[in-house]
Design a protein around this ligand. Structure first.
Ligand code: M6R
Length: 611
């Protein structure tokens, strides 16, 4: 949430910053701004997209080799020019950009106001800028010490960059619970909230840890903790390419990412399943395999789409590996007093690896003594570092705010885990095991076939683009697919949509059914097929409109539903991987037809790093 970029070196800073902000815009897009230090500090900031900032700056003075930039997702104060970052301290000595929330900002603000300091924005960030300046001007100390003393007074989360005309060759980066990465060049450094703006300049990076403060000069980088003790610099190599971050001819990132799924799923299982030796090898879990296989219970913690993947995992692990699974919203789990202990395995699922609630839930589970495993997409992310062990999904960078390929990659990992545990426990015969591996191998090809039906999905979208409500229904493993389909539609098209277990319909949602509301059924040929056919009949008996995802060749539902979408036959355990694809595409087309910004839906941000 919010994007941070900084540059210090010998290049012109502004083009690096503006390009970086464009790469980071998926993290927040309420307003954007830059500050350039060249003797004095020049700030340009604007409500709206980065392109609006760029237009505003065009023709203005930008000469500088040190600067910071920010794209915002509003927390304190509505989106406006004034609330946009960077923020400057009252006397203009310090300029900062900040991700996260300063929780004690009102107490700090009151104290500073009592000392006569003035505030111009509604943000918590301006409070921090003024606090640093207040400390700096009250004592005879360096810029670096003033920043660390101020941060010691802060309660909350931050990833921030500070520049000061008092020490114009220094940039300070600090992190607590909000990620920062530093790219190492030759006598230059690139700092950002994730690696996307850095990758085109260098692949050598340092991920800051909590309470790290980096003192960055052109020829030197020093890492310290909050009390000014030096800490170890750990350089990593980025595994990311610029082309991954381009739209590659697609109109939107979301569309590109939907169409990438045959490849991304293959990348997720590549090198991990070996159909010849009949093996699944998840390298990241080798050290904890026994504990996982013998777990008495698995508790999944996640948010949003990742939580839906967790629900699919519950079905798969209970069915194939016979371990009880509970799936919890991380945001609920962390605020109650959950029954969790050393006998539990906790599985955190997250695309970004930075979701604040999931991180806090991990912390709680670790403190309770549980083994905490992660399923993450972003390598080097906080969740991948805070968990005891885990599996990367390898789906490639996901930029569209609506998660698509991350979901199918997460489900692929969960499928491999369930099959692996089932085999280790002797619950799956060699025949069943090989059949599941073969079926998983077939999924990318099946998705290719589904993607060929894109024009059909467009046609369905055209018919229902003006609906105000939609209901998504499924049973068993298709219930989380219904939830995911409804989430995709609501988050990008702003149509109210709900996902329900199909059998629950008659306990309430059936009252909503009329001839205007589309009801989407995931009704593939599985163990509850007859039941779901009855549910479709119940909707039709009330003049409802039914769109059904069915197994290729289904003739029964074709007779009753208004539209059928045929998907290739697959094992019941794997159907979520294919059935979700038409729902992603229908949501995409409806949003587009309604004139919505598909990649940057209103009010949302890609990684939710605030609580
Ligand atoms: O990065 P994470 O997987 O932890 O993110 C969790 C949710 O914020 C995310 O899935 C969100 O619900 C997406 N907008 C769904 O499309």
């Amino acid at each position: 949430m919010c994007g941070i970029v900084g540059y210090i070196g010998n290049r012109d800073a502004y083009p690096v910053l503006i390009k970086g902000l464009k790469r980071l815009e998926y993290r927040g897009y309420d307003s954007a701004g830059v500050a350039l230090l060249n003797g004095d500090t020049t700030i340009y900031k604007k409500k709206g997209k980065v392109s609006e900032l760029e237009a505003y700056v065009r023709g203005k003075e930008t000469l500088s080799t040190i600067g910071i930039g920010h794209t915002r997702w509003a927390t304190h104060g509505k989106p406006s020019d004034l609330n946009a970052h960077p923020h400057q301290s009252e006397k203009g000595l310090f300029t900062i950009i900040h991700n996260g929330i300063i929780e004690n900002y009102s107490v700090l603000k009151k104290t500073l106001m009592d000392q006569g300091m003035k505030f111009y924005s509604e943000t918590d960030t301006e409070v921090l800028a003024n606090l640093i300046e207040y400390i700096y001007t009250s004592e005879d100390i360096s810029v670096e010490v003033a920043v660390s003393l101020a941060l010691q007074k802060v309660v909350g989360a931050y990833g921030l960059l500070v520049i000061s005309r008092e020490d114009p060759n220094l940039m300070i980066a600090a992190r607590r619970s909000s990620p920062l990465v530093i790219g190492l060049g030759s006598n230059e450094y690139f700092i950002a909230s994730d690696a996307t703006p850095i990758v085109e300049y260098t692949d050598r990076v340092i991920y800051l840890n909590n309470d790290d403060i980096a003192l960055i000069r052109r020829d030197e980088l020093v890492l310290k903790n909050l009390v000014s003790e030096s800490t170890k610099v750990n350089i990593k190599t980025l595994d990311m390419s610029i082309s991954e971050m381009e739209k590659q001819g697609y109109e939107h990132y979301m569309l590109k990412e939907i169409f990438e799924q045959p490849r991304s799923i293959m990348d997720t299982f590549r090198g991990r399943i070996n159909s010849e030796t009949n093996e699944i090898r998840l390298g990241g879990l080798l050290d904890v395999k026994d504990q996982l296989v013998n777990a008495k219970r698995i508790v999944v913690i996640a948010c949003g789409t990742s939580w839906h993947a967790g629900l699919v995992g519950e079905y798969l692990i209970e069915d194939l590996a016979r371990i009880p699974v509970e799936v919890e919203y991380a945001s609920e789990f962390r605020y109650r007093n959950p029954m969790i202990g050393p006998d539990d395995v906790v599985l955190a699922i997250s695309q970004s690896g930075e979701t604040a609630d999931t991180l806090a839930a991990i912390q709680l589970a670790r403190e309770a003594g549980a083994l905490v495993l992660g399923i993450c997409n972003v390598a080097g992310s906080s969740i991948s570092r805070e968990t005891h062990a885990g599996v990367y999904t390898h789906a490639g960078i996901e930029i569209g705010v609506a998660s698509t390929k991350a979901f199918t990659a997460q489900v692929t990992v969960l499928t491999m885990m369930a099959i692996m545990i089932g085999k280790e426990k002797g619950l799956l015969s060699e025949k069943r095991f090989s059949q599941l591996l073969k079926e998983l191998n077939d999924v990318p090809g099946q998705i290719e076939k589904i993607l060929e039906l894109n024009e059909e999905f467009k046609h369905i979208a055209e018919m229902y683009k003006d609906a105000s409500n939609a209901l998504y229904l499924g049973r068993g493993v298709s219930f989380p697919v219904a939830l995911e389909g409804a989430l995709k539609l609501k988050e990008i098209s702003y149509i109210h949509a709900e996902g329900y277990p199909a059998a629950e319909m008659k306990h309430g949602p059936i009252a909503l059914i009329d001839e205007k509301m589309p009801v989407v059924f995931i009704a593939t040929k599985d163990s509850s097929y007859e039941k779901i056919v009855s549910n479709i009949q119940e909707v039709k008996a009330r003049n409802g409109v039914v769109i059904a995802i069915v197994t290729e060749g289904d003739s029964i539902i074709k007779e009753i539903a208004d539209h059928v979408i045929e998907i290739p036959k697959s094992d019941e355990s794997l159907v979520s991987l294919t059935a979700v694809v038409p729902l992603q595409l229908i949501a995409y087309h409806i949003a587009l037809m309604r004139g919505c910004n598909v990649d940057q839906p209103r009010n949302l941000a890609k990684s939710v790093t605030v609580e």
